[in-house]
Design a protein around this ligand. Structure first.
Ligand code: CP
Ligand code: NVA
Length: 308
């Protein structure tokens, strides 16, 4: 029977903080937890949650995951804790390390997350920064594995902004050897440093493609994925980005150009009829709500591998 193996690195700040074996282990463990094949008990463990941005899925799935592990969570609201007053991260991190067993943080600057991890003696999890969303990628590849059983021959096309979600998909895809194509307007490519890191991991250079034409990017693809065009913190750019992303909507026409077996993913929340039309979200190709459910199972597995 599968048992949680402790992760080598203390923190999970980036998809690249795990090895290929570790990502595969988390996915297998998550599948077993989802199907009630195993029961893991971490009574009395406490997860601290710091969310500088809004969240439904990440916050609730972490809370439920901890409760299923027998532990509890403390939701540290930045506005009612001293975080909002501007207490230095190095002080908050050292104090919370003495109360909590693990801390999940959603914030803007990735460097702030790294600062928390530097000063925290307990594991720190990236619950989304402007640069990466690695917990989302774990749930996404769990969803893809459930559908296609094997990652071999899967082509994942992300259509939209080269944002945090795209960055983590690229990195996790590289670890798993999945072909990832990103189709974005010029000027909205994923982070160039992370693209370089991903290319170094892929054994075959052709498995990561940054493209600008959605039609050719979806040809032969088994997974079509999109996310909002303007992320949290980019509210002032919305109008400009809406114009720049004209032609990058996932609609029925685009879906019909992909492989016959293609499934549709979106990390949610969506702006329906902007990056994806309502009918595609509701179509029988959509696995969007399974994907959202999988946040819970993937994060329960992740936590189990951090406490061991
Ligand atoms: N996908 C995701 O992270 O959703 P929330 O912003 O609701 O947590
Ligand atoms: N790219 C989006 C993801 C939300 C889950 C954002 O950062 O707002």
């Amino acid at each position: 029977m599968i048992k949680p193996n402790k992760l080598v690195k203390k923190d999970f700040l980036s998809s690249l903080d795990m090895s290929t074996e570790e990502v595969n282990h988390i996915i297998e463990l998550a599948k077993n937890l989802k199907n009630n094949h195993i029961n893991i008990d971490y009574k009395k463990k406490v997860l601290g949650l710091i969310f500088d941005k809004s969240s439904t899925r990440t916050r609730v799935s972490f809370q439920v995951a901890m409760s299923r592990l027998g532990g509890t969570t403390i939701d540290l609201n930045p506005t009612t804790s001293q975080i909002g007053r501007g207490e230095p991260i190095k002080d908050t991190a050292r104090v919370l390390s003495r109360y909590c067993d693990v801390i999940a943080i959603r914030t803007f600057n990735h460097s702030d997350l790294e600062e928390y991890a530097k000063w925290s003696t307990k594991p720190v999890i990236n619950a989304l920064t402007d640069l990466e969303h690695p917990c989302q990628a774990l749930a996404d590849f769990l969803t893809i594995k459930e559908e296609f059983i094997d990652f071999k021959n899967v082509i994942l096309t992300f259509i939209g902004d080269g944002n945090n979600v795209a960055n983590s998909l690229i990195l996790c895809g590289a670890l798993l050897g999945v072909e990832v194509r990103v189709a974005c307007p010029r000027g909205y490519e994923p982070n160039p440093i992370l693209i370089e890191r991903a290319r170094k991991i892929y054994k075959n250079d052709n498995l990561l493609k940054i493209m600008h034409d959605p039609d050719s990017a979806v040809r032969g693809a088994n997974v079509l994925y999109t996310d909002v065009w303007s992320s949290m913190g980019e509210e002032s750019k919305k109008e400009e980005k809406d114009k720049d992303f004209n032609g990058f909507t996932i609609d029925n026409d685009l879906v019909n150009k992909a492989n016959k077996d293609a499934i549709i993913l979106h990390c949610l929340p969506a702006y329906r009829n902007k990056e994806i039309i309502d009918a595609v979200i509701e179509s029988d190709k959509s696995r969007i709500f399974d994907q959202a459910e999988n946040r819970l199972h993937a994060q329960q597995a992740l936590l189990a591998c951090m406490f061991k």
